[in-house]
Design a protein around this ligand. Structure first.
Ligand SMILES: *Cc1c(COP(=O)(O)O)cnc(C)c1O
Length: 411
């Protein structure tokens, strides 16, 4: 293939190569509403939605209009603009805990910067993450649980120095006991605890409320910072993200995906006293040539301005109805289970919905591969890995659901 001659592995992000599902990756050419169209012109109902970045549907008219009108005024100035302030204000309506915000060009960057900020503020080096949670590809976070009582992590990618990985502890998700045991001993040396409060990167696994409450209580007690990575869940599960849903506010919030309206973006924010530690006011360095890029700000702003309680209510209601019908189809057939939250869902090839990474990892991947290609043939595109979350957009309707359910039934 031509792409393989010019791009590393033929792609710019590994999962797009279809390694987990086999076969040739498809090349998309355009998208509209709930649909993707490949270079052959074949149409797919899209449940990947750019990994959750698309909430209103592809090429939504007013989003495109604001990108176009912004582009005509220039695409990047490398100076302060009012667009950044406007988007920050809009985000704060939903996330009041983000008193001060900084924009980046990706979720990875936002997480990486937030971790540096936490280390700078607390003057501690160790950090905690949870198995199966993904926080982008910065060195400190490409770490898996090491052997021996889950204390020191080990690199999960070549090129990550052992010495750095050792500073990251990886604990099991949804296990407040394991967390407590670790944190009683090491909380005082831990800069921050990083978690996806609605895990979307091992398939969809909602956090148990007791788990998040324990993280909140113990980080406060040990003066460590709690970071919610809401790059997926923010503006997805409801207007105020998972922190609103659970009623638990973290010290630092990370956003991405939806807030860029399909353009590259990330953001992190916290109370003023924490964010003041960031340069130029403080001593924690962070920067970006295209950070707060006018096109991304314009796209994000036009999406966020269209959001309302009603929009989420409608989206979540039609999603729930679809999930109910899908569950009925898969009941007692082939040991599958569907787990959902709002407009997010994963069809697990496990008899029961998993609660953590180890359970998710038991999924029947061979069967998933068959399912993926079956759906693809019938014009339904789900994320090409058994450990991903699928999404529904505001543009998905009765017709799309019907077709999807029919394809499921056939399978
Ligand atoms: C996608 C994602 C990231 C990384 O964002 P990029 O924009 O891909 O760098 C970080 N955290 C979570 C929870 C994500 O889903």
């Amino acid at each position: 293939m031509e792409a393989k001659k010019h791009l590393a592995g033929g792609v710019n992000s590994p999962v797009r190569a279809f390694k987990a599902v086999g076969g040739e990756p498809i090349f998309m050419e355009r998208a509209a509403g709930p649909f993707l169209y490949d270079i052959q012109g074949k149409k797919y109902i899209d449940y990947c939605l750019s990994w959750g970045a698309i909430l209103l549907g592809h090429a939504e008219k007013s989003v495109i209009r604001s990108i176009q009108s912004q582009a005509a005024k220039g695409t990047s100035f490398g100076t302060a603009t009012e667009y950044e302030t406007a988007l920050a204000k809009e985000i704060k309506k939903a996330f009041p805990g983000m008193e001060r915000i900084r924009f980046t060009s990706s979720g990875t960057e936002a997480v990486m910067s937030a971790v540096r900020l936490a280390r700078g503020v607390t003057q501690r080096s160790r950090i905690v993450k949870f198995e199966g949670c993904y926080h982008g590809h910065s060195d400190s976070l490409l770490v898996k649980a090491g052997s021996g009582l889950a204390t020191f992590g080990s690199p999960d990618s070549a090129g990550v120095p052992q010495g750095l990985a050792k500073l990251t502890t990886v604990l099991p998700y949804n296990d407040e006991k394991a967390f407590r045991n670790f944190f009683m001993k090491h909380g005082g040396e831990t800069a921050c605890v990083l978690v996806e409060p609605m895990a979307g990167n091992m398939g969809l696994i909602p956090a148990k409320k007791e788990f998040l409450s324990a993280l909140k209580a113990w980080t406060r007690k040990k003066k460590s910072l709690l970071i919610f990575d809401e790059v997926i869940s923010g503006f997805r599960v409801c207007y105020g993200g998972a922190q609103h849903l659970y009623g638990i506010e973290p010290d630092i919030t990370i956003l991405g995906k939806i807030i860029g309206g399909g353009l590259p973006v990330g953001a992190f924010g916290a109370q003023k006293k924490i964010m003041d530690a960031l340069s130029p006011s403080g001593r924690v360095y962070q920067a970006g040539t295209l950070s707060g890029n006018p096109l991304a700000m314009a796209a994000g702003l036009s999406v966020l301005r269209m959001l309302s309680e009603e929009l989420y209510e409608k989206l979540n209601q039609k999603s729930a109805l679809f999930f109910e019908k899908a569950k009925f189809i898969f009941k007692n057939k082939g040991k599958m289970s569907l787990q959902s939250a709002g407009s997010m869902f994963t069809l697990f090839f496990n008899p029961r919905p998993p609660q953590n990474f180890r359970e998710a990892a038991r999924s029947d991947q061979k069967k998933f591969r068959k399912f993926f290609h079956h759906m693809l043939d019938l014009g339904v595109y789900v994320p090409p890995s058994a450990f991903e979350t699928s999404f529904i957009s505001a543009a998905h309707g009765e017709d799309e659901f019907k077709k999807t359910l029919k394809a499921c039934e056939k399978f």
